[in-house]
Design a protein around this ligand. Structure first.
Ligand SMILES: *Cc1c(COP(=O)(O)O)cnc(C)c1O
Length: 373
């Protein structure tokens, strides 16, 4: 669209619609002249990172002139210990988005296809489209045989064709908050031919306490084509540092590391991530705060007579029952940023990230006011 230079781009890039991030607080404050706005739009940890992370970052200031360790030795060693895998099974990314993109770059091409669910995380269609590969989008559950909007694994299996090279699964998924249990997901991975890469994106892993939630890392010995991705952006509270990773067998990690930029994770991010892993108390505190905040939001939206999709993440998809774009705009005027998800094929829904108790309260009061008007 627009400038003629766009026509010089590859056809995949020409058709690309860029990722629409949550509105930054500073932007709302600039545009609306609001001073005490609240952002519940990007699934960030409202407690912020562990204090130990801040200390690690300060010590990193002395070395800013040096390139980072391109192999991420210390962080990989810490992750290898945590997951009881060898360090060469780990791929570090500038956020786990980076790892998803490495998968696309290494395994997709024009003429091949990627399979993912409708209403799945927006980065899967993006990285697929950027390559010019085909997206085989499987219909989600309609509510009859699984949670409405949740991944339908039977439909995903059927969406695999001879050209499919990658399958993306978010567990739990964002923005739906739905999740897949161990037996169902394992049966799916078993059924996918091993010449297809299966990516299981576990960005919200730390928040999930369901007993049937899968331990996918334990499956790695059986699947050379399996990649599990995790991130420090959500429960660890390091979204701005941009650090995530994939765990797989070493063969797959070798391929991904070939296309990785040599210094994709900066020194501060590496040091911060190592410190974050060491502070398990802060992680548990964050998870408990999320559980309490989730209950507060669920109670609050129910009291307003609204329905929602039960979520195991740090966000709640709420059915506003009317044009969510309008309600989103009116909430902005009240100084509350949430996330409209009509671009995910969920018109009428807003996704609310769990915040601090007073932030959740601000949202509920603003929503009450907006819906009453
Ligand atoms: C937030 C999120 C990510 C993580 O993104 P980062 O690049 O690690 O910040 C990955 N997958 C899903 C489903 C997410 O919601």
């Amino acid at each position: 669209m627009g400038h003629p230079i766009v026509k010089l781009a590859t056809s995949g890039v020409q058709a690309l619609r860029p990722y629409a991030p949550g509105k930054p607080l500073t932007e709302l404050e600039r545009e609306y002249g609001i001073v005490d706005a609240v952002k519940l739009a990007s699934n960030e940890n409202p407690l912020g990172p562990s204090p130990q992370v801040l200390q690690a970052l300060r010590s990193g200031f002395d070395d800013l002139a040096r390139y980072p360790d391109g192999n991420g030795f210390t962080l990989k060693a810490a992750l290898a210990g945590k997951h009881t895998v060898a360090a060469d099974c780990i791929t570090l990314g500038n956020g786990s988005n980076d790892v998803l993109e490495l998968v696309a770059r290494a395994f997709l091409s024009p003429g091949s296809s990627a399979v993912f669910s409708a209403h799945a995380f927006a980065v899967y269609p993006l990285v697929t489209q950027a390559i010019g590969a085909q997206a085989n989008v499987a219909a989600a559950h309609d509510g009859s045989t699984g949670p409405r909007y949740g991944h339908n694994l039977d439909a995903m299996l059927k969406a695999i064709d001879a050209d499919t090279r990658v399958v993306f699964i978010a567990n739990p998924n964002n923005p739906t908050g739905t999740w897949l249990d161990s037996a169902a997901l394992r049966a799916f991975v078993d059924a996918v031919p091993q010449n297809i890469i299966v990516v299981i994106d576990e960005a919200y892993f730390e928040y999930v306490s369901e007993p049937d939630y899968p331990d996918t890392m334990a499956w790695l010995p059986d699947f050379p084509n399996l990649l599990v991705t995790r991130t420090f952006s959500k429960a660890y509270g390091l979204a701005s540092l941009r650090v995530g990773y994939g765990v797989s067998r070493s063969g797959l990690a070798d391929v991904l590391n070939r296309v990785r930029q040599p210094f994709n994770v900066n020194s501060l991010a590496q040091a911060g991530a190592v410190a974050a892993l060491e502070d398990e108390d802060h992680l548990h505190k964050s998870v408990r705060a999320n559980q309490a905040g989730m209950q507060q939001l669920v109670d609050g939206v129910q009291a307003l007579g609204l329905s929602y999709i039960p979520s195991v993440g740090n966000f709640l998809p709420v059915d506003i029952g009317r044009d969510s774009g309008e309600v989103y705009e009116e909430l902005l005027r009240e100084g509350v940023i949430v996330r409209p998800v009509d671009n995910y094929g969920m018109p009428g829904y807003l996704r609310i990230s769990i915040g601090l108790p007073e932030e959740n309260q601000r949202f509920l009061q603003a929503l009450d006011k907006v819906l009453a008007a």
